[in-house]
Design a protein around this ligand. Sequence first.
Ligand code: NAD
Ligand code: MG
Length: 384
Amino acid sequence: MTKRIAIFGSTGSIGTQALQVIAANADKFTAEILTAHTNETLLIKQALQFNPNIVVIADDSKYAKVKEALAGTPIKVFAGEKALEEVAAMNCYDLMLAAIVGYAGLKPTLQALDNGKPVALANKETLVVAGDIVMQKALEKKVPLIPVDSEHSAIFQCLVGEGRNKIEKIILTASGGPFLGKKPNFLVNVKRDHALQHPNWSMGAKISVDSATLMNKGLEMIEAKWLFNLQPDQIQVLVHPQSIIHSLVQFEDGSMKAQMGLPDMKLPIQYALAFPHRIPNDFPRYDFKKPATLTFEDPDMKTFRNLSLAINALYKGGNMPCILNAANEIAVFAFLRNRIGFLDMTDLVERTMDKIQFIANPTLEQYYESDGEARNFAASLIQM
Ligand code: NAD
Ligand code: MG
């Protein structure tokens, strides 16, 4: 029996790597659903190669082109944002890989959980925006939520077999990004292309910028809080530029477990698709001599203030992480279009967090509203 995988965001960095894993394990996995935002050319190419049951192009102006290209095949074509949710509610797949970037991934993922489908979660923003509601849904439907983010996959792997043993704390490692050691006088002049050059990982544009500002690590702290049911003060960040230790768990007895390997997202993707099994592969192995030295340091939160803003949101709870995320999505988008500078992103997020009304226990509807209000306010700051 093969596991039928629905890849939401198949044209992205995670999505394309997942398809490599599926292609290498055709006896174990099939790609049942593929979805893309605007890249119809790649979606069509993937569909012709993997022969899924369904494809969705979220940008409906591209529908005719996809439909025409797949006309001679049995592949069903849907279009529009609503179609993502409708397809997530179908029964033809066994596991969703949630690999859409940003807030746009929330509704299809919630729909998959509501549909009783296990989710391999790459889209961290889903938990940042509405972590309580997403985790509650997974619990209620008794379906696993398996992390794909490398740090969270590491922690998840360290917890296998630990039953009810208590976690004292977790340590999320961070590469430090392309500007490790730099100061504001340097960062003020940083441009898009430089920020997109990550030293260890090749990723989509949004997460690459988040890694450069350390917002990514802040989002991951919030993601970890929900996934592993932790208090904020149980989550520590440690800069480890070689990205060999993907994260650690410290238990009540002081014992620490780490998960290690070369930085390659195909490994956590494969682990999540095959969970609870491990399957062989030919990915390069870490041999302890290359690199031979593993180093660790504290993050510079005075320079990379996005991390301290995210920690404030983590402690504050309620809709504050949702507000942080929405403002950050607007800020990163504007930075990628050279509309604002690198350090302006932090100001935009901070001012939005100060402005939007705090709600301690939001409903899902209130999360949607907070997201919209925060986006509008952040965007208004850019237009001035
Ligand atoms: P990406 O930008 O390369 O790909 C994003 C995918 O989402 C594409 O398929 C795109 O078509 C789709 N998409 C974007 N906006 C959409 C919208 N509005 N509606 C529908 N579909 C939309 O991003 P990525 O680097 O693959 O990251 C995906 C997610 O995984 C992010 O949440 C990221 O934080 C997380 N993640 C990525 C990595 C990595 O190595 N790339 C590592 C850990 C976590
Ligand atoms: Mg990560």
